[in-house]
Design a protein around this ligand. Sequence first.
Ligand code: CA
Length: 464
Amino acid sequence: MHLPSALRLLSSVLLCAALASAALAKPNIVVIVADDYGYADVGFNGCTDIPTPHIDSLARNGARFSNGYVTHPYCSPSRAGLLSGRYQQRFGHEANPTYLPADTQVGLPVTETLLPKLLSEAGYVTGAVGKWHLGAAPCFHPNARGFTEFYGFLGGGHEYLPAANAPPADAPAWRTEYRAPLLRNAAPQPFDGYMTELISREAAAFVTRHKAEPFFLYVAYNAVHTPLQAPEKYLARLPNIADPRRRTYAAMTVAMDDGVGDVLAALRAGGIEKDTQVWFFSDNGGPATNAAPTCNAPLRGYKGSLYEGGIRVPFVLQWPAAVKPGTVIGTPVTTLDLFATALAVADAKPAPGNTPDGMSLLQLLKGDAPSFDNRALHWRDGGGKANKWAVREGRWKLLRSGTLAQPGPLELFDLDADIGETRNLAAVKSEIAARLQKLHDGWNAQLVEPLFQSPRPAKKKQPR
Ligand code: CA
C-alpha cells in the first residue's frame, strides 16, 4: 500500500472513531428548579415588569414546553416525583415533610432509588445545590441519595440574608427550619451572603470543576419563595414597580435570573454548552397573591390547587446539540419525562421495583411522537379519600377540587379551547368525563395512603 493511501485510510478510520465517540458522548444534565415561581412571571410567558433575559434565552435557544407540568401543586412532593421519576403517591410522599432532623420516617422513602444514584452508576458526577426538602434526617441527606456533592440546606425554605437573631430554643419547627445551617455535604458553612447568589456561585463552580466529565447538577433555588427579601442592588434595577411586595419579588427573580446567566456563562467558558441539557421549571405554580405577589395569568388557581395555576409551570430545555432554537412543544409533558429522558441519554437503568412513570422526550423533541397522543397525566393531593385529584388526556382535563369535608363538583375542561378553566363541560360531555374518571380510578387504585402528613410526624414506619 502506498504511504499516502495508508494515511488516508488511517485518517478516515480515526474520523469514524471520533464521530462514533461524539455520537456516544453523554450530555451533561443541569436541572434548575425555581420555587413558587408564577407561570406568567417570566418573559417567555408574557411578563413585562420583570426582566428575565437569561431564563428567556433558554427558551429562545432551546425548547419551551407550553403544557409543562409538575407532579404536585406544592414543594416537597413535586421534588419527590422529579427525583424518583415516579408518581410520589405510589410511595406515600404526598405532603411536605416537617423539618425534623432526628425523624427517620419523614422524608422521601429510602425504598426509592433517585436519579443522581442512577446517573452516578452510569458514569456521571452528581451535585445538588440549594434547597433539599426531602427529609432532614441523615438517611435522607442528598449524599445518602446519590449526590456526591451537596451545598445547601435541608429544609423547605430559608432566610435569604444572615439572620441577626437566632430563634429561641422553643421556637416552632418552621422557624428553626428557615435558619437551619448551610451545609457543604454534612459540614456547617458560614452564611455570609445573599442566598440566591451563594447558590448561583456554587452551581457555576460545580460546572467549572467538572467540565471534563459527564455531570448531573441539580440547582434548587429557594427563590422566589417567601420570605420576600432582596438586597438594594436588585431593588434598584426595578424602579418602575411601585408595589413594594411585587418589587421585592421581582428583585428576587432578577437575582435568580442572573444566577441562571452565571451557570450558562460557566458552561460557555468551559466549552460544553452545546452538549449540556439545561432544564428550567418551577416546582409548583405561584401562590395566591395574599401569600406572595405572583402572577399565573391566564391560568386559574394557585399553588396548592389542581387547577392549571397550581401545576402548569414555566418549563424549558436548552440543548443545542439536539434541540432546534425556538422550538415550542404543546404536547403535555411532566417532570417525570425529564427523569425518563435523563435515563435515556445517560444509558442508565431504573432500579428494580422502581418502574418510572414518565416517557423519554427524545422523539418528541424531534417532532414525531404519536405515543404521547393518548398518554394520561395524573395528580392527587391529600390521599385517596380527600377527593382532590385531576387527570389530563390530550385536550381534556377532569378534576375534583374539594376537600375531605366538602367534596367539590366534578369538572371537565377543554384546555385547548379554555386554558383558564372557566367552562365546566362535565354534564354536556358526560362520555368523556366518564372515560377520564375511569382513567383516574385505575391510577388511584395503584397508590398508597400518605406515609406522613405535614406538620405532623409520620404515623407509620417506612419500610427499611
Ligand atoms: Ca414550591
